[in-house]
Design a protein around this ligand. Structure first.
Ligand SMILES: NC(=O)c1ccc[n+]([C@@H]2O[C@H](COP(=O)([O-])OP(=O)(O)OC[C@H]3O[C@@H](n4cnc5c(N)ncnc54)[C@H](OP(=O)(O)O)[C@@H]3O)[C@@H](O)[C@H]2O)c1
Length: 419
């Protein structure tokens, strides 16, 4: 531990003693006067380690996963997260693998030294029932509370720092068979996909699922969840290479969307363009029959691409089927022919991240080795801005992670960090 004046810090790779936190930490901070692309907005600073409340935990960050919300936070768009939480700086990061360092007075489930990951649903503590138990909250869904938030985005002290602050209910066991960087990269995307398909979509064995972006962050998990639950996944991708990856992950087949060039919906389309789009929607439906070997439509459509694909999703979904949506990469204003919805009694279901119970259930499949993150790139601590820049520039596939306390990739536990 190094002391300068009254400030005490811990070296980046120095292990220290769980339970004893220094006063200051290294952190990548975003401030309003440097909002912009990640290489500009993320700047390393030395900041005070936050106090923890009675039901909170201070976690020593060993590795941190990269998500698009860090990019949005740095851009200051579509909202300034500083205005959401009120601090004059923001430490981004909604995925972490680390060590419990200090626990609040009422925390019973975790203790200093525990190896953990965290999910990013930050519960509203002023409404409804709180839980720090490992998932037992009966029929109450904490996501129904009015101020349910995403940790590390709408709240401060995320994972791109030596220490982060979480609610005890966010913590989950780190899968023991995974190195720190792999454990840090999956929670946000995987648990979102889990809630979409299992909790909200209620998929059941034998059903057919159409998965947009099957090789992406969400989609690569959606395909694996279908495989594990006996659902036939058909992935939509933009290259045969990605399609083959989806088949490796368990998809029964894939559709290369570049073969359907009229498919994307665009506002202001001419009647001819609308006709051509309808033709491609029908052709895509036939491709699904070809893959399945029978005239059958998807019982569930896994949607996050939004404006350009949504009319196709509603059209292709089966009678009484479900379109489950959590995002809109290509635009938020959705247009579709509602006759296909009501005549065929289809449902549109919104979904947003996941609650502690979804995460606990989903994590048990990871701990059992049945779901595997698709980690494409690992960055060192000093390259955290670059990792976000690469995401902003769309140079990524699957998930990405950054090392913080870990010096190298492949370290498995606290013992390895001390060596
Ligand atoms: N609400 C939540 O809790 C939540 C959580 C996580 C993510 N999200 C949102 O979900 C979306 C996807 O996240 P992600 O992490 O999976 O992103 P990602 O890793 O970039 O993957 C998305 C995939 O969608 C496909 N795609 C992109 N634009 C498309 C278009 N116009 N038409 C058809 N397919 C398109 C691309 O695959 P191909 O090019 O291979 O087709 C891309 O790889 C984002 O908008 C994100 O903000 C929401």
């Amino acid at each position: 531990m190094a002391t300068s004046g009254t400030q005490t810090t811990l070296g980046l790779h120095e292990f220290g003693t769980p339970g004893e936190a220094p006063a200051m930490m290294k952190a990548w901070a975003i401030r309003e006067d440097r909002f912009g692309e990640p290489l500009t907005s993320f700047v390393e600073e030395e900041l005070p380690i936050p106090e923890i409340g009675d039901e909170e935990v201070l976690v020593r960050v060993v590795a941190a996963g990269v998500n698009y919300n860090g990019v949005w936070a740095g851009l200051g768009k579509p909202v300034s997260v500083l205005k959401v939480h009120g601090d004059d700086f923001h430490i981004a990061g909604s995925d972490v693998a680390g060590i419990v360092w200090k626990v609040g007075a009422k925390v019973k489930s975790w203790q200093p030294g525990d190896e953990v990951i965290a999910h990013c649903h930050y519960e509203d503590t002023s409404h409804g029932r709180r839980t720090q138990s490992k998932g037992d909250f009966g029929s109450y869904d904490p996501m129904a509370a009015p101020k349910s938030q995403i940790w590390g985005y709408e709240t401060n002290y995320g994972s791109f720092a030596q220490f982060c602050r979480v609610q005890a209910q966010q913590l989950l066991n780190k899968p023991a068979h995974m190195p720190w960087e792999l454990a840090s990269c999956y929670a946000l995307t995987y648990f979102t996909a889990y809630r979409m398909l299992v909790t909200r979509g209620e998929i059941s064995p034998g059903e057919v699922a159409l998965i947009w972006g099957g090789a992406g962050g969400l989609g690569s998990f959606a395909v694996q969840i279908c495989r594990e639950l006996g659902v036939k996944a058909i992935a939509v991708v933009s290259s045969d290479e990605k399609g083959e990856k989806c088949k490796e992950l368990g998809a029964v087949g894939y559709i290369n969307r570049t073969e359907f060039e009229n498919l994307p919906f665009r506002w202001g389309e001419t009647p001819e363009e609308g006709k051509a789009r309808f033709g491609d929607m029908k052709a895509m439906g036939k491709k699904i029959w070809e893959i399945l070997g029978e005239r059958r439509s998807p019982d569930i459509v896994f949607e996050h691409s939004g404006e350009q694909t949504f009319p196709t999703s509603v059209f292709l979904c089966s009678k009484f089927g479900r379109v489950v949506i959590c995002g809109a990469t290509s635009g938020f204003n959705l247009h579709f022919d509602v006759r296909y919805l009501w005549m065929m009694q289809k449902q549109i279901i919104g979904s947003h991240f996941a609650n502690a119970l979804d995460c606990l259930r989903g994590n048990s499949l990871v701990e059992a080795g049945r779901i595997q993150p698709f980690l494409s790139k690992v960055y060192s601590y000093d390259k955290i801005p670059q990792a976000h820049q690469d995401m902003f520039d769309n140079k990524h596939v699957g998930n990405m992670a950054c090392l913080v306390m870990a010096k190298n990739e492949g370290l498995m536990n606290s013992g390895d960090l001390k060596g």
